[in-house]
Design a protein around this ligand. Structure first.
Ligand code: NAI
Ligand code: MG
Length: 529
């Protein structure tokens, strides 16, 4: 688990930081030109950053702050409040006041929808700036943030804005056998839950904030959100846009801080009615325990170890190979749904594994802000050490590394895109979530055994199937214990499509109309006529 110690270690590295670019062969080279940060973002970063509480930007009560790093250089780019229990108390109080005042939930649904829509518009108006902040803070290529993270975040708000006017109850014909001859009119109302605590991770910082905030706002809740300590910046910029959009004060409160302090205080807070969490399964279990105090509602989006299955009857092998590479290497493998177990029908196993390895070797590593970068660094020194440890364990246990297998360069948090074969189901690299660009490839011969093997994991977030046989695809999709199954594609997301996990990958679904269930409670009203 990340701690201040881990961050301090990163701080020591800052002195040794270098300028990085890549030669496209899983190696990172020193380069003379450091990619330029725009003057707009530089100005924004140079100003003190505070928490958003009750519509005001305020420092932590303790006035403590912590460093925010650019993982490509291990350099400090900002400092943000190191918030604690008291900051969470104040933010929850502000959210409670806003909720009880009705300033948000009693707006007409149409007015609420328009304000949420405006957030989406403002994100698009500031897309370049947000992509740059995201890239600097998280390490992902700016171009990827610009075409994926930022427009998806805007689209989520636009999609949820439409739902504000469509949260409907039902009328129910009731019979009441013990009251013969009596007449009733019965109906349901769907009401907001109240004050919602949201704890989000660092892999898609702005997008995860959007996934959480959009539905909570559409349904009339008030919110305290804690971004990940590794990547708090885009959420703080979003907070400014939320105020600019005209969301009333106290409806969205943003508190930066570490998980063990600010996050734990939010999950346990007796005045928080619901907690929504995305992150590790380990911390998800802690959230459940913390929520027991006041039995707050809980939704969880957790880890994964998703199988991506390639049959020999695939329509176009090159497309499947490119798809398998994208399934694992997108976002540097830092995706909960990464296709990290590549299962390939024996006859084409070598060809597919070689093909994915060829893709891996061509990926250009470098800082996110460089125009030709295809894969940036991992987010933190902690993740670098976690991922390289797994690589080491795989080697120790006798797996064969087709390509990659180590850190790339000796500065920044870069690792080589890695393809591993000759693995056994007991190996940690096969069972556990690595959360880096590391795929384990296994051949299969009998389709009947395939499903059992694909499901042989404590997770159940996603799966991929590549085949031209449509009935086989349907049959297997139905058998896979996964919240999302992609057939002849991978990593396809949409605000309208529910996303979430079976088994230990989580509770509940985000996005789509299903997420509205997580942010509303049903009231049955009965009128005697
Ligand atoms: P994490 O689960 O510790 O962090 C996610 C969020 O939870 C952060 O905002 C963090 O501050 C908060 N948090 C941490 N401890 C908490 C606590 N006791 N109470 C309340 N909130 C707490 O994940 P971490 O350490 O950053 O990454 C570890 C592993 O977790 C990764 O290697 C990956 O396997 C998995 N992970 C999965 C994600 C997903 O999208 N499902 C996202 C990030 C990490
Ligand atoms: Mg952690």
């Amino acid at each position: 688990m990340k701690t201040r110690t881990a961050r301090n270690r990163i701080g020591h590295r800052a002195a040794k930081s270098s300028r990085l670019s890549s030669n496209g062969n899983g190696r990172v080279q020193a380069k003379t030109q450091k990619p330029a940060v725009s003057s707009q973002v530089r100005d924004w970063l140079s100003k003190p950053r505070h928490n958003l509480v009750g519509g005001k930007w305020v420092p932590a009560v303790s006035h403590k702050t912590f460093d925010v790093f650019n993982p490509a250089e291990a350099s400090v780019i900002a400092r943000v409040p190191d918030s604690d229990k008291e900051d969470i108390n104040r933010a929850v109080t502000a959210a409670r006041r806003a909720f009880e005042s009705g300033s948000w939930r009693r707006l007409t649904a149409s007015e609420r929808g328009k304000l949420i829509w405006r957030i989406g518009d403002l994100i698009l108006e500031h897309a370049d700036e947000l992509a740059e902040i995201e890239s600097l803070d998280n390490g992902k290529p700016r171009a990827v943030a610009r075409v994926a993270d930022i427009p998806l975040a805007a689209d989520l708000f636009h999609y949820m804005a439409g739902w504000a006017t469509k949260i409907e109850g039902t009328t129910i014909p009731i019979s009441v056998p013990y009251a013969p001859g009596a007449h009733f009119h019965a109906f349901t109302l769907r009401e907001p839950i109240g004050v919602v605590g949201q704890i989000i991770p660092w892999n898609f910082p702005l997008l995860m904030a959007a996934w959480k905030l959009g539905p909570a706002l559409a349904t009339g809740n008030c919110i305290v959100i804690k971004p990940a300590e590794q990547t708090p910046l885009s959420a703080l910029r979003l907070g400014e846009l939320i105020l600019e959009a005209g969301i009333p004060e106290g409806v969205v409160n943003i508190v930066t801080g570490f998980g063990e302090t600010a996050g734990a205080a939010l999950a346990a807070h007796p005045e928080v009615d619901k907690v929504a969490f995305t992150g590790s399964t380990e911390v998800g279990k802690l959230i459940v325990k913390a929520a027991a105090g006041n039995l707050k509602k809980v939704s969880l989006e957790l880890g994964g170890k998703s199988p991506n299955i390639v049959f020999k009857d695939v329509a176009d092998l090159d497309t499947a190979i490119a798809g398998a590479a994208n399934a694992i290497f997108f976002n540097h493998g830092q995706c909960c749904c990464a296709g990290s177990r590549l299962m390939v029908e024996r006859d084409i196993f070598d060809e597919v594994v070689e093909g994915v390895a060829e893709h891996a070797k061509k990926i250009k590593l470098g800082p996110g802000l460089s125009a030709d970068t295809q894969m940036g660094p991992l987010v933190s020194e902690e993740q670098l050490s976690r991922v390289t440890n797994y690589m080491h364990q795989g080697k120790q246990s006798g797996a064969c590394y087709v390509t990659g297998g180590s850190r790339a360069g000796d500065r920044g948090y870069f690792v080589q895109p890695t393809v591993v074969k000759d693995v056994k189901p007991t190996m940690s690299i096969v069972r556990e979530e690595i959360f880096g660009p590391v795929v384990v490839a296994e051949p299969f011969t009998k389709p009947e055994e395939l499903v059992a093997r694909a499901n042989q994991t404590e997770y159940g977030l996603a799966a991929g199937i590549w085949t031209r046989d449509i009935s086989k695809a349907h049959r297997i999709a139905a058998e896979l214990k996964a919240g999302t199954v992609w057939i002849n594609c991978y990593n396809v997301f949409d605000a309208a499509l529910p996303f979430g996990g079976y088994k230990q990958s989580g509770w509940g679904r985000e996005m789509g109309h299903e997420v509205l269930e997580l942010y509303t409670q049903t009231k049955a009203v009965v009128i005697g006529l």
